[in-house]
Design a protein around this ligand. Structure first.
Ligand code: FPP
Length: 241
């Protein structure tokens, strides 16, 4: 499959793990485990398709309000995955970046994140941002606080540089699975001009073919960034296309 225009940066709200499990009379954590398999396949497929940055929402600032056993399962899942997946991520040229507030995380999770970042720091094929204990409002507030502490003026540019995702360009395509049509505090600042794609598939079912559907949908969009259609695609070019 050749796609005319591959998004540089794809961001995903991986929603629907719980429902996937509940429909099978399984505990919710079984859905998160299956979601981890889907995530592994998604990282691989993004690399193969030429996506350069993948950002996923793995645990939101609000997810602390879930039942304590689900919260600790997600922490365990992350710690175990970081330890297990690094060799394969190195084979695939994937560089891990943790994005979020580390302060509330356990020493074990913090150490795992730091080790995974260090172990993959030399990889250049795909930047893989894991948003964990992350919220878009948290990011804007922490960026503003950083600038205030330094006595720097708050402008769009200075805020942009102080954001937790300053190391990558803004997302081109934001995907949300699971049938809901909202951002849920994900990339509030960075998604200003992103194309949005909503899938009714639950995250554990979002496979390579589903990702290709999203990429094909993106390739057919006209991105205007506030300009007119004629400015971004002159009429003559449209007739040929
Ligand atoms: C949302 O589904 C999903 C999450 C809150 C967690 C996402 C986690 C993974 C995909 C697997 C693990 C990945 C890491 C890096 C730990 P939901 O539970 O809200 O589903 P529901 O809407 O059906 O209840």
């Amino acid at each position: 499959m050749t796609l005319a225009r591959i998004p540089h940066h794809v961001a995903i709200v991986m929603d629907g793990n719980g429902r996937w499990a509940t429909r099978r009379f399984l505990p919710r954590v079984a859905g998160h485990k299956k979601g981890m398999d889907a995530l592994r396949a998604c990282v691989k497929h993004c690399g193969e398709r030429g996506v350069k940055v993948l950002t996923v929402f793995a645990f939101s600032s609000e997810n602390w309000n879930r039942p304590p056993e689900e919260v600790s399962s997600l922490m365990e899942l992350l710690a175990a995955a970081l330890a297990r997946e690094v060799p394969q991520l190195n084979v695939e040229g994937v560089r891990i970046h943790f994005v979020g507030d580390r302060a509330q995380l356990s020493e074990k999770v913090r150490a795992g994140l730091a080790q995974a970042e260090a172990a993959t720091a030399g990889n250049q094929r795909l930047v893989f941002n894991i948003c964990f204990n992350y919220g878009g409002r948290w990011d804007i507030a922490q960026a503003a606080a950083k600038l205030a502490a330094r006595g720097e003026a708050i402008t769009e540019q200075s805020l942009d540089r102080a954001m937790a995702l300053a190391h990558v360009p803004d997302p081109d395509l934001v995907i949300r699975t699971g049938g809901e049509r909202r951002l849920s505090n994900f990339l509030l600042w960075q998604a200003a001009y992103a194309e949005l794609y909503f899938s009714d598939k639950l995250w554990p079912e979002f496979d390579a073919a589903a990702l290709d559907d999203a990429l094909a949908d993106y390739a057919a969009r006209e991105r205007r960034f506030g300009k007119t259609s004629e400015q971004v695609t002159p009429p003559a070019a449209k007739r040929v296309a």
